[in-house]
Design a protein around this ligand. Sequence first.
Ligand code: GDD
Ligand code: MN
Length: 365
Amino acid sequence: MIPDQLELAVVIPTFNERANVPLLIEKLDAALAGRNWEAIFVDDNSPDGTADAARELGRRDSRVRVIQRIGRRGLSSACIEGMCATAAPFVAVIDGDLQHDETLLPGMLDALEGDSTLDVVIGSRFVDGGGTGEWDEERVAKSALATRLSRRVLKADLSDPMSGFFTMRTQIVRDLVPTLSAIGFKILLDIMTASPKPLKFLELPYVFRTRALGESKLDYVVAMEYLIALYDRMFGRVVPVRFVMFSGIGALGAGVHFLILALFFRGLNWPFVGATILATAAAMTFNFFLNNALTYREQRLKGAKSLLGGWVSFCLVCSVGAAANVGVAAFLHNVQHGDWRFAALAGIAVAAVWNFALSSRFVWG
Ligand code: GDD
Ligand code: MN
């Protein structure tokens, strides 16, 4: 007898997994026979039509639901949105590419239902009986490195904090949402490190399957996002990640400025003011595009019109920043008679904070 109340939501983040959608639902249907469950696909507007494939199933099977996010990307943030979109008391996260072993789900659910002190049950590749399947040496080494790095933020003795396969009480994640970083791929690590009280967990072994259809989305950007997420956990509250990226890009922009200035003033004998104006414009343009691609990649401006508008407002914001820079530096140097290096640094710092605060609001807000 299937219980009359919804027990479990299975959240499935997807990007270009069209071929896997029907297979996964078939597997869930078999694995969760006798349970009352729903599946929530959270698709980031995959070009291959994954969301359409899922909706197609949903029309015949009301257990299948779809959240289609437009203009957003990100595995962790997709999982969070899916987990918040259910009325079920328990929620699982599983990959959409059949690499996780869905036959673990009933056992995960039983463990949570049988022990009210238990918060989360994790599918682990690194406890007895688990494994990474057909991974090559390189991937094993990279995963081991990522796991070792995670120990810097993780207090709990988890064997597989990189796992993206787990089941937990929905209310716990709902309460944690404001403190999640939601960056990158590692949603479990995010949850485990966000909780003020250590979460009680249980690990069940599974063997990571080989992907049969579609392609992995793990690339160097994902690796970079992982490092950013770790930074965010360690120091994000003191100095926000975005400010660090914005300032780093600003420093690169200063390099561009010097390069152009050297080229036109020294190399081509332009007047200093003319070469400086050109160098400033080049550096601002460089900074605008790099920030758009990296710092604000989640709300990236696209299309000629919004890029042009963004560029103009960025240049306006930065011009005021530059004026503030000159004003502060001149005040400290000429009026306060401060050291010229200190005056220059203070001017730069004020401009950086100004540019960051205003552009985050008026350019990418
Ligand atoms: N919505 C959404 N948005 N889904 C995404 C995105 C995204 O930007 N990127 C990837 N996904 C989906 C994929 O479609 C797939 O269903 C799942 O997330 C995992 O992505 P893969 O590209 O297959 O990654 P993987 O196999 O390398 O990594 C997985 O295995 C790790 C174990 O090492 C992830 O599940 C990790 O969380 C897991 O820890
Ligand atoms: Mn995968």
